[in-house]
Design a protein around this ligand. Structure first.
Ligand code: KIV
Length: 266
């Protein structure tokens, strides 16, 4: 049982304290993220792009999500772990959604799931929460809808689109979501939604007024090079550090420096 629970999400919002989230996909990084004091870890379907090298998140399967979530829950002591419902694990029907979401808790040890969508998944959220599966909803830029949206574009920029997102935020709250992820929407819209809802909002590219923030781990530590979204801040460059170390390793073998007596047995 993690130290941080869905009740702490609500408590932090009430206390005006920021909720800190990050993604992780495997044991070693999940250990580091947990040790750094992050409140909650999302095993995002972004793993399709940053770990599997896919073009987008659409091909990621439930079995792959379970495989990665197991590694993360095995590593984590304090943070709450959420599994991300991949494309076609819930769009196909409510009972399929309950069955797949249940796998995250039953097989992989997660404490909640995240699911992309607004009004169209309200019934799914209702059914999941009725089955004791806590749900984080996700509106704004929803990467699984990349083809409908015509690319990864900021959402809610017109008055009509903003009004629709505000309505959807209320719908998913009423359906029972314990929190709401807002991706790539204008600052003022995220602020309004955050003020209007009683559940906490978690922003990614949604400005500073959300109740919490999340980023993709590989963006934060410089391990994803294909593109860097405007909302990303890179805090380290592990690609450069790793490249340096591995080049030295190669050179030392070539020059006969490694292994030395220190790394050899008598
Ligand atoms: O899959 C993912 O990593 C996400 C991000 C919004 C954090 O959904």
């Amino acid at each position: 049982m993690p130290n941080f629970t869905i009740h702490d999400f609500l408590r932090k919002k009430k206390e005006g304290k920021k909720i800190i989230m990050l993604t992780a996909y495997d044991y070693p990084f999940a250990r580091i993220v947990d040790e750094a004091g992050v409140d909650a870890i999302l095993v995002g379907d972004s793993l399709g792009m940053v770990v599997q090298g896919l073009e987008n998140t659409l091909p990621v399967t439930m079995d792959e999500m379970i495989y990665h979530t197991k590694m993360v829950t095995r590593a984590v002591k304090d943070a709450m772990v959420l599994g991300d419902m991949p494309f076609m694990s819930y769009q196909t029907g409510i009972s399929e959604a309950v069955k797949n979401a249940g796998r995250f808790l039953k097989e992989a040890g997660a404490s909640a799931v995240k699911i992309e969508g607004g009004a169209e998944i309200a019934e799914h959220i209702r059914a999941l929460t009725k089955s004791d599966i806590p749900v984080m909803a996700h509106i704004g830029l929803t990467p699984q809808s990349v083809h409908r949206m015509g690319g990864y574009k900021v959402q809610g920029k017109t008055e009509v689109a903003a009004k629709k997102l505000i309505e959807e935020a209320h719908i998913v709250e009423d359906a029972g979501a314990f929190s709401l992820l807002l991706e790539a929407i204008p600052i003022s819209l995220a602020k309004k939604i955050t003020e209007e809802l009683s559940i906490p909002t978690i922003g990614i590219g949604a400005g500073p007024h959300c109740d919490g923030q999340i980023l993709v781990l590989h963006d934060v530590i410089g391990l994803f090079e294909r593109f860097v979204p405007k909302f990303v801040k890179q805090y380290a460059n592990l690609k450069e550090e790793s490249l340096k170390a591995i080049k030295i390793y190669r050179e030392e073998i070539e020059k006969g420096i490694f292994p030395s007596r220190d790394q050899s047995f008598k």
